[in-house]
Design a protein around this ligand. Structure first.
Ligand code: SF4
Ligand code: SF4
Length: 175
């Protein structure tokens, strides 16, 4: 199962404010901005990061994916606690990213190489409590520490979910 590009999420009301988070502009969610790929190690060229106030072309940013994108933390219906803002908890959650059998599956992407233990522990506990299988990824790096563009994909949930995921994803490395 390839990780599909995240370019067409429906607009959602925001309960929380993004600032100072800029994680989705900084390459931790794979998107294309004006045909330029944005991915780990390759932030959007229009992002100034938190220090420079985020998007440098905010008024002209594209509808898809930028205006339409809302991560799981910022959505009005968010189930994530306040402390799990992506830039602090180092994880971007995309709720109901896909469906396995009849279960909605959440996707968690690291802001950095790995999702920190505290954040992953919370997500796994939530998954167990609510019967929502979880997919979470880790960045692959080369010997020099640069991201290769591949991600290791992990499943958390029923054994059959994990078995079917491995069958679909093959060697668990996707680009
Ligand atoms: S990752 Fe979420 S909170 Fe952070 S800038 Fe993007 S939408 Fe906002
Ligand atoms: S154009 Fe602006 S809002 Fe869109 S990804 Fe780049 S920095 Fe973020």
């Amino acid at each position: 199962m390839p990780l599909k590009p995240l370019t067409s999420l429906a607009p959602l009301a925001h309960r929380r404010q993004c600032q100072p988070c800029t994680a989705c502009c900084d390459g931790w969610v794979r998107i294309n901005v004006f045909d330029t790929p944005v991915l780990p190690g390759k932030p959007c060229p229009h992002s100034g990061g938190a220090k420079l106030g985020g998007c440098k072309i905010y008024a002209e940013r594209p509808i898809d994916p930028c205006v339409n994108f809302a991560c799981g933390w910022v959505r009005e219906t968010s189930h994530l606690p306040d402390w799990m803002t992506p830039h602090q908890a180092k994880v971007i959650v995309l709720p109901a990213w896909t469906v396995w059998r009849t279960f909605e599956v959440d996707l968690a992407l690291p802001v950095g190489s790995r999702i920190p233990f505290k954040s992953l522990q919370w997500l796994q506990a939530y998954s167990k409590k609510t019967f929502r299988p979880l997919i979470y990824t880790e960045q692959e790096s080369d010997r020099t520490g640069h991201y290769t563009g591949h991600q290791r994909v992990n499943g958390y949930g029923p054994l059959t979910f994990q078995e079917e995921m491995i069958k679909l994803i093959g060697n668990k490395l996707v680009s």
